[in-house]
Design a protein around this ligand. Structure first.
Ligand code: ZN
Length: 288
């Protein structure tokens, strides 16, 4: 086997400020210091509470010089997203965006070598902005993408999502970057149901044949970074083991405009990395 190189993983960088989590997106978040994206963000945010030290907040700026390539810990082949068709039941819209909720008997799971247990799907949602130049929560070398979908799972070691929220390793969230570009036929059934939910103001049923796979990058584009962080929305619980895929999926401006009609922007600023280590499948995967 080829020798593995490890990159320096020591440094804390300063990307943004602090706070973070990942749940249904509210339209505000605590931020504290200026960042390049600050002007696009909301201010006057509530202070975090609960298990929040501000030392492991999300999102963060993922930078080539601070990630560690770790092929033992980060193995694409070990990632198992076992989705059971029918588990995603409904879409609802609120002031913070849209959210797809699972049914009571959900049995869709996420497991991977970099996770300490099996995690069960709870919901998914997205973040975006009023135009394609920003909207993602995580950034790559300081550059934002147009949006980010978050698939939220909780640790089955704990009894419920609520219990898991209070634990250091309670949640696992998969982040998928959206890049405004060509029409994405795989996203259209979801976009259609979100449009209906927004127009009617009433929860809508998900298409019966929906599969999470349709929202992810193809299998050969599943490089990821992982780090310990938080929800990016209140209560900003520091409970999340993040898995952020570095290859974006393309979605058209017309499709993103359906999200923008619900709320023009709902992303949080990058937070301080502090002493955290960010691991990646391949260092080159960050250099997009
Ligand atoms: Zn989120």
């Amino acid at each position: 086997m080829a020798p593995r190189k490890r990159r320096l993983c020591v440094e804390k960088r300063t990307a943004g400020k602090g706070g973070g989590s990942d749940q249904p997106p509210p339209s505000s978040s605590p931020s504290s210091s200026p960042s390049p994206r600050k002007s696009a963000r909301l201010s006057r945010l509530p202070l975090p509470s609960g298990n929040v030290t501000m030392k492991r907040q999300s999102p963060i700026d993922i930078r080539t010089e601070t990630v560690c390539e770790d092929k033992d810990h980060c193995q694409i082949e070990s990632v198992k997203i076992d989705y059971v068709v029918g588990d995603c039941k409904s879409v609802s819209c609120s002031a913070g965006g849209w959210k797809v909720q699972v049914g009571e008997n959900c049995s869709s799971f996420f497991a991977a070598r970099h996770l300490p247990a099996k995690f069960k799907l709870e919901q998914f949602h997205a973040h975006w902005s009023e135009d394609g130049t920003c909207g993602s929560e995580h950034t790559l070398n300081g550059k934002a993408l147009s949006g980010e979908v978050h698939f939220v799972f909780y640790n089955t070691t704990y009894g419920s999502f609520a219990d898991a929220l209070a634990k250091d390793d309670g949640l696992a969230v998969i982040g998928v970057f959206i890049k405004e570009g060509s029409h994405n036929a795989n996203y259209q059934p979801l976009v259609d149901v979100i449009r209906r939910a927004a127009e009617c103001g009433v929860e809508q049923e998900m298409p019966k044949d929906f599969h999470i796979r349709s929202l992810l990058p193809p299998l050969d584009e599943r490089d990821f970074v992982t780090y310990e962080g938080s929800l990016t929305t209140p209560p900003y619980s520091e409970a999340v083991i993040w898995t952020v895929l570095t290859h974006p999926v393309q979605v058209s401006a017309e499709q993103l405009n359906v999200f923008r009609k619900i709320v023009s922007k709902n992303y949080r600023d990058c937070q301080d990395l502090c002493d955290r280590r960010v691991r990646v499948t391949r260092a080159a995967a960050v250099a997009h």
